[in-house]
Design a protein around this ligand. Structure first.
Ligand SMILES: *Cc1c(COP(=O)(O)O)cnc(C)c1O
Length: 398
């Protein structure tokens, strides 16, 4: 009898008791809206912003309704508007080009390398096409950020970081999100903190911070923010910044604050699981692991590997055989978008030229979630199953 995995790839851990108790207090108070406060009560949202600013080392932080909203707000604060071109990764998830398209702007896709990071040569070649790079640290892979910033600085390109998969990660000791002028994080269920939906935006720039606060729907209540610039900065922007409501509420912030305190420990647990999968797959014939650079502290909340040069049929065989044994793999080479997974050429609202080097990477790219509900034994079992099924298909086609 071959082994079978019976766990769920979409099952998260429960909200910590402390978060549940804080959420109950918010509900008992009836004051869920972030500006519904009594006396000098700071409120859960403003406290979360203060704590997340401290966690990343940023001067300012704004909590919003989703990661995609945080990205669109960052772009709006920078003045991106209809018809503007925004450089971005060809390998990312749909909310990224979607945030660009939401402003009537046009994504310009930059290729991906076999290390699953943005192709810096392609970026240098295309940097003249836009003033802003929306850099997605897709699946938690961080490119050489020192080189990327040198390329962007030389071309006068401002960087907005999409840190949906790098909350808690860093490059050369600098927290992910602290290289660009703004960074967005998601607290949607499958990310590193779970409030169902939610997003966070950080920056050191006072004017961008003030605009973001106004954009998020602060009315004229910006003085309630504890991780925002002073009123003088708001005076400069308050008549010119539209209110596009997308605030976070106290209930979600209450769920998130204890999770933020627990995050470093959770990162360590994710990485133990990641390494258990990696160790189990090392030296599998036909399979290439993604080697992680030393400068990168990653968060192993998902795992990727390549079947380089494999035919679509052979890759699909591996996926089917793994699925039959309970292991869910997602494939970025599929012609049709499926579930959470789609590719640059399926975002037809955003025109793209063929990208053969990127297509070669995506054609062999498999991905799986590693939720913290998996034990280390689960991870070892999953790796044994993938190893056996990759081996079986590889032998039959080699
Ligand atoms: C999840 C995600 C986002 C933001 O998503 P929301 O669901 O809007 O919070 C942005 N970029 C990437 C790569 C993501 O995976």
């Amino acid at each position: 009898m071959s082994e079978r995995f019976t766990g769920s790839f979409t099952q998260q851990e429960p909200i910590p008791d402390e978060g549940i108790e804080a959420a109950l207090r918010v509900m008992q108070s009836g004051r869920l809206h972030r500006y519904n406060l009594v006396g000098d009560e700071p409120g859960e949202v403003a406290l979360l912003e203060q704590e997340f600013a401290a966690f990343t080392g940023a001067r300012y932080c704004l909590a919003v309704a989703s990661g995609g909203y945080a990205i669109a707000t960052a772009l709006r604060a920078l003045g991106v508007g209809p018809g503007d071109k925004v450089l971005t990764n060809a390998f990312t998830l749909a909310p990224v080009p979607g945030a660009i398209a939401a402003l009537g702007a046009v994504p310009v896709f930059i290729g991906v390398t076999p290390s699953l990071t943005i192709d810096l040569e392609d970026l240098a070649a295309q940097a003249g096409q836009g003033d802003v790079l929306l850099l997605s640290h897709m699946r938690g892979h961080i490119c050489d950020m020192d080189r990327l910033m040198a390329v962007c600085d030389a071309a006068g390109v401002k960087v907005v970081e999409d840190c949906a998969h790098t909350m808690g990660a860093s490059w050369n000791g600098v927290p992910s999100g602290r290289h660009g002028v703004l960074a967005a994080y998601s607290t949607q269920t499958y990310k590193h903190m779970n409030s169902g939906e939610g997003g966070l935006l950080i920056t050191d720039d006072e004017e961008l911070a003030a605009r973001a606060v106004m954009l998020s729907g602060s009315y004229m209540l910006y003085e309630r923010h504890l991780a925002a610039p002073g009123p003088a900065v708001f005076e400069r922007v308050k008549y010119e910044t539209p209110n596009i409501s997308g605030r976070m509420d106290h209930l979600r912030a209450a769920l998130l604050r204890p999770q933020l305190r627990a995050l470093p420990g959770q990162v360590a647990r994710w990485n133990e699981r990641y390494r258990a999968v990696e160790q189990g797959l090392r030296d599998t014939p036909g399979l290439a692991l993604i080697e992680r650079p030393e400068a990168e502290i990653y968060v192993g909340s998902s795992f990727q590997f390549l079947l380089p040069g494999w035919s679509a049929t052979a890759v699909q065989n591996v996926i089917r055989r793994c699925a039959a044994r309970g292991v869910e793999l997602k494939w970025f080479g599929a012609a049709e978008p499926k579930g959470f997974t789609s590719r640059y050429d399926s975002w037809r609202y955003a025109p793209s030229a063929p990208m053969p080097a990127t297509d070669r990477v995506l054609a062999g790219l498999l991905d799986m979630r590693v939720p913290l509900t998996f034990s280390l034994e689960d991870c070892a079992l999953i790796a044994r199953i993938i190893r056996a099924e990759v081996g079986a298909v590889y032998q039959s086609v080699a």
